[in-house]
Design a protein around this ligand. Sequence first.
Ligand code: NDP
Length: 506
Amino acid sequence: MNAVTQDLMKRFSVNEHCSSFIGGESVNPSGAGEDIPVISPITEQQISLLREASIEEVDTAVRTARDAFENGPWRHMSVDARKKVMLQIQDVLLSNADELAYLESINAGLAMGYVKGFHVVRTGWNFEFFAEVASQATGEAYTQTKPYISIVTREPVGVSALIGPWNAPLALCSMKIASCIAFGNTCVLKPSEFTPLSLRRVVELIHETDIPKGVVNLVNGRGHVTGDALVSHPEVDVVSFTGGTKTGAMIAARSGEGLKPVALELGGKSANIIAASANIERALDGAILGIYSNNGQQCLAGSRILVERSIADEFIEKFVARSKNIKVGDPMDAATEIGPVCYQAHMDRVLSFVDVAKQDGGELLTGGKRDERHETGLYLEPTAVIAKSNEAQVCQEEIFGPFATFLIYDHLDEALAIANDSEFGLVGYIWSDHLPTVMKASQEMRAGTIWVNTPMTRELRAPFGGYKKSGIGRDSAKDCLQFFTEEKTTTIPTETFPMAKWGASD
Ligand code: NDP
């Protein structure tokens, strides 16, 4: 740990306990739940103790959200009044950007400068963006069937369960909160048990604004305890989940028992096609960012890099040289490009894929072990392997770390077949300056988002979500409006019309 980190640790204290936050108050746990150490991947030391919410505590949180929805002012407020609060939230979050970035960094291992400049800004922007979406939302009117007018309005859906992963807690969960409450709903958020710190502070900060109590509640705990109690609670109306595919399937089944709509943003194993017609230097920069940024822990990573044979040797050689030169280190250090992976068991899992790759006939190109230059911290050497075929496990399973897998192809059709030979379909990348190649790839890759000659670029207005096992539903202005509201049709006659008078005659 360097001096900068030590200084930051003195400046921003981390609460000894990380409990739930319900109805505008920090919860004093009943003792019914377990205490779970929160470990920093930088120091590998305990930095807080998570007080797990029991089933009873989850019940209190959901009932508080229900009461705020039914009896509180939030859903009845004018959209402009709600927007004012949403903008206050943006302000308070941005005013505390250093602290939020620090908490995310010490807990999730993400580079602090990157978190502050990108994730915290996005966290604030989510509230402004969805306030604007809500304020621009329109209804519909149908006048074709005379003498009636039928108007279609949207109403908040009620109480939402919001469940998020550990790889980018601030950016992902703030989007869930903002898109949910903008339309007048109330919510209970459950962050990952591994990374509860930044979101706990976000919810506290939200309560420094004029937000009514009970609109935003947070429960902390493990998925199979706290998460399950939340999803299956009868007073929860909808479930919005981002996480792994297996968990997503369990949550969908659980939600199905209560006929609750569910939005699932799940895993990926996305193809990054590098055609010989690409600007090779830019494709190289993009491929490196595509797999290694966010410490390689991204659902949208370009983790299967498919290179056209005529440029493969040169491209892979340069990729390996650059990988060896990436600055792996303390995420509080401004020069760091890759920080530690999030927790020990995850590090072990990522590293286990080196042997898996070899067993399937693949070859290790670089990395493949813990970065031994650091005495403490879950640092991995940026790793790349070349696989024998797309059937290899490293081509089919999401590894979710700084671990690139290469395949070589001869023709675009072959690359597209490989790209689509996956149970996932979150995103696809194509690097080429040849328009027909770009168009064919973008049309034929079976994925929810295609990035052409660019690494990941999120446009909040446009749908984001996966084909196949990468999810159900989309995130976007329009999709969130649909998910977090109910449509209501009201039909009114515009004039008095003759009505049958049953039972009126003798
Ligand atoms: P998990 O699926 O393990 O967990 C996600 C969340 O669900 C956590 O808060 C977890 O709690 C909770 N959870 C686990 N089991 C249950 C349950 N039975 N009921 C309710 N909640 C439960 O995912 P990870 O946290 O490991 O995140 C990594 C995954 O997320 C990757 O597959 C990645 O691709 C995906 N992801 C997808 C994104 C997208 O937009 N498509 C974006 C980012 C990540 P806890 O951890 O406390 O047990």
